[in-house]
Ligand binder design. Structure first.
Ligand SMILES: Nc1nc2c(c(=O)[nH]1)N[C@H]1C(S)=C(S)[C@@H](COP(=O)(O)O)O[C@H]1N2
Ligand SMILES: [Mo]
Length: 523
């Protein structure tokens, strides 16, 4: 009998370590990614209405807690069974853990918002559990320990050192192994709770933020700014679909109650500002298209949103910039830095310390509680998220994060245009085809977009109304398309009459260039 107990305990510890490690990974990936709660949510979802109500009635407001506790109990029972299966036949318990993993993966897949990374947690959890159980099996079988512990006949050679394993060194090493496993499970599980808790706390703080009314509101989007073309990118990208680029493995969770922004360096007077003080400043609201230097021609690492924030120039005016400075080095709570030309922060454009995105506080992944938005410059030299310090300095003295890695120190956004419709490889009907897309040259605006079909003459596209010079503009054009394969190119002219360059360049060191070109066919 005793042997069974050891195997069951081993199953619980192995599964426990796997689950705890999975939860820890999930906590780092996203506050909402947890294989255990995904399984819980799925169970709730699958319960018939009556049972759901009964459970909520029974458990009252503690239903979530009760669900978790019940899940832990059920998991422990199943894990015990996994140990016994492994005893019955080596590999069977490991297969059981594999099935656990599959359930976790399915539950994650059924969750309302699933990032691809979320699958890592259940997969790693299962692998860890399987490897551990396999290791434990090996120990049991090699030493015959578990069997001997129960006083059964052992298979190990007579006269070996484990003659009385029930009380000898094997028992101790088994207990040590299990104890270590349990400790790992508790530490990883505890860390997962702490990591998630800090994200939950910050998410709560974010939910309670009351954004100030802007002194200069952005006008509503005029109907003329949006073209009615199927498949064209929306003019305003909502936060959930907005591209995300940063060096953070773990999304920084910055507590807005204790957050401070400092202005340091070549200033008359250093400034420290907390979140409440920042929110009390006269704010502007403005549409700005931001883009990543890594965006390929035709790529998606660009987005347009309505941002709310306080002009950096007003903050710098309060601090008093000393002569000789030509750069502002912004630093994030996670150590990322961007070096922005002082001029871009002080000239007429709306370089802002943003606190709002499309009418909501910044999402955690987009820099809550505050970030920089500077029209006309790639994100890596300007758009610091989780902003905590602005150091007024010089290009001679300081460099932003990406510059020593070979990227251009200045980083103005190149004129760009993109074909959204037709999709590359699509088939359209012969006769006429609508082509449409976007063009942008933030800070300078777009004055014209032209397309070229099958190497013919450049044709003017119709531009939608622009929101302002800082945003992308939608365009459309009607092409007459004969049967067969076609190639379509697009190019734009910025607000000062400069034509987009045809010269093909990769993203490094200062942004991709060349005309976006697609193939499609008409039938
Ligand atoms: N703290 C921090 N801020 C950052 C970055 C970063 O790695 N860390 N990346 C920058 C880059 S390269 C870009 S393109 C933009 C992207 O902003 P988004 O993720 O809100 O779209 O953020 C910028 N701000
Ligand atoms: Mo970027």
């Amino acid at each position: 009998m005793e042997a069974r107990r050891y195997w069951a305990a081993a199953g619980i510890v192995c599964v426990g370590v796997g689950v705890a490690v999975g939860e820890l990974i999930a906590a780092f990936i996203s506050p909402s990614a947890s294989p255990v709660s995904a399984v819980g949510q799925t169970v709730i979802g699958l319960l018939p209405g009556g049972v759901k109500e009964w459970a909520i009635h029974l458990f009252g407001t503690h239903d979530k807690m009760m669900l978790l506790v019940s899940m832990v109990v059920v998991m422990a029972l199943l894990a015990g069974v996994v140990g016994l299966l492994e005893r019955a036949r080596r590999g069977l318990g490991q297969l059981g853990i594999g099935l656990f993993g599959v359930v976790g993966i399915l539950a994650v897949a059924m969750a309302p918002t699933t990032a691809t990374l979320s699958y890592v947690a259940p997969v790693v959890a299962a692998i860890v559990g399987i490897l551990l159980l396999s290791r434990v099996s090996t120990i049991f079988l090699r030493t015959g320990f578990a069997a001997a512990a129960a006083g059964e006949r052992t298979t190990h050679p007579a006269g070996s050192a484990t003659a009385h394993p029930g009380h000898g060194p094997t028992r101790r090493s088994f207990l040590a192994y299990m104890g270590m496993g349990a400790a790992v499970a508790v530490i990883a599980g505890g860390a997962a709770v702490i990591v998630r808790q800090s994200a939950v706390v910050v998410a709560d703080l974010r939910a309670k933020v009351k954004l100030p009314r802007p002194v200069t509101p952005a006008p509503a989007v005029p109907a003329a700014a949006e073209l009615a073309v199927d498949g064209i990118t929306p003019l305003i990208i909502d936060a959930n679909n907005f591209y995300r680029i940063d060096t953070a493995l773990v999304v920084p969770t910055v507590n807005s109650d204790t957050w401070q922004l400092t202005v340091t360096g070549m200033v008359e007077k250093e400034i420290t500002l907390n979140f409440a003080q920042l929110l009390a400043k006269p704010m502007v609201e403005t549409y700005v298209t931001i883009g990543c230097v890594s965006n390929e021609v035709g790529g998606n690492l660009v987005g347009n949103a309505r941002w709310l924030g306080w002009p950096v120039r007003d903050l710098l005016a309060e601090a008093g910039v000393k002569p000789g400075a030509d750069m502002v080095l912004s630093r994030s709570t996670d150590g990322f830095t961007a070096g922005t030309p002082l001029e871009a922060m002080t000239d007429a454009r709306n370089a802002i310390i943003a606190v709002g995105m499309n009418g909501e506080p910044l999402p955690l992944v987009h820099g809550f509680p505050a970030r920089l938005i500077v029209p006309g410059l790639y994100g890596y030299v300007s758009a610091t998220k989780w902003l905590e310090d602005l150091k007024v300095t010089t290009f001679a003295a300081d460099q932003g994060y990406w510059v020593p890695l070979g990227w251009d120190a200045m980083g103005p956004i190149k004129i760009a245009s993109r074909i959204d419709v037709p999709r590359s490889g699509a088939t359209t009907s012969t006769g006429s085809t609508t082509a449409a897309g976007l063009a942008w040259a933030p800070e300078r605006g777009i004055s014209a977009v032209q397309v070229q079909l099958d190497g013919g003459a450049w044709q003017e596209a119709t531009l939608a109304a622009a929101l302002n010079k800082d945003t992308w503009v939608q365009w459309e054009v009607t092409l007459s398309t004969g049967a067969g394969n076609h190639e379509l190119k697009v190019r734009a002219v910025d607000g000062s009459g400069v034509l987009q360059t045809s010269e093909v360049a990769p993203p490094a060191p200062n942004g991709a260039s060349g005309f976006h070109t697609i193939q499609f066919s008409s039938r």
